[in-house]
Design a protein around this ligand. Sequence first.
Ligand code: COA
Length: 333
Amino acid sequence: MRNAKIAGMGFFVPENIVTNDDLAQMMETNDAWIQERTGIQERRWVIPGEDTTSGMGVKAAKMAIENANIDTQDIDFIIFATLSPDYYFPGPGVQVQEALGLDTIGALDVRNQCSGFVYALSVADQFIKTGMYNNILVIGSELHSGGLEKTTRGRGVSVIFGDGAGAAVVTPSDYSSGILSTHLHSEGAHAKELALIGPATNRWVDEIIKDGDPDDLSYYPHMNGNYVFKHAVTRFPQVIMEALTQNGYKPEDIDLLVPHQANLRIAQFIQRTMKLKDDQVYNNIMRYGNTTAASIPIALSEALQEGKVKKGDLVCLAAFGSGFTWASALIRW
Ligand code: COA
């Protein structure tokens, strides 16, 4: 069976920078609180109407295709991970197929929130390994800003999330390099601890409007912050160790860990627990906030641009988020 590798990466973030001081104009919060609890200094929020989840995904995809040095027409499958699609249905994969002018190729949408990119990468890995496809476009893109409650009531959630997109082109590789393994997990018992409950088939728009309850927050993302934090700091090291152990490696063998950018405190906790050095972990949440499915491909793209990943390096991607879902991928670059 052949191996799969990431042949090119790209990303896009909106130009509009929203600082913590900007947020303090909208709600009772402050730069010190946000930085102390999350490490975030600023995030990018789309100016309403200027971009979309699929549009940002297309921009990231074009950069990844160029970086992979292939022709757009060589793409033979699309996998799009997001929790913030342009439409309730269809998912944004088909919009990418149309925007890139790709002739009726398959497009799959992945709904795994912060773990979405690693789940999508794992699907691509399987399709490449079996020989079904040769140049798979994997996108993670999110437009959070339009759906956040930007008031003091919503501050525990709204200060954390940012907009952006990242993409990878996954192609066949030789046996000495590429994706070594992927590991996917879920625990639905915690589904409501980090969720957007409605509008959905569980709670239709009509019902929300009919009830007119000012305390009904079902249409805003809900997060039990402390609860999420505790599970995240347990699951991240577990799933990273699972990948290392399966491949006969130890934490000191990792050249670069790119964790999902959930919260800088979570990343620092993982680093301490696993006794990793500063140059073994890449973080950019300070500049972009938490961009859920887009965070890993944005961070990996920047790490590559900064020369922090070289051929032959052992790279670990790891994610945890709503579901709960968590996942890792170990890659010999
Ligand atoms: N600015 C100022 N104060 C805020 C605030 C904000 N943006 N958000 C909440 N607060 C207040 C709360 O109202 C509370 O006030 P009180 O003590 O008077 O009731 C106080 O700060 C502490 O709130 P709490 O929610 O207990 O804070 P915390 O220490 O748990 O930090 C998070 C909140 C969200 C930063 C933290 O729980 C976290 O990072 N969790 C993980 C979240 C995450 O990573 N999610 C993505 C997973 S993929």
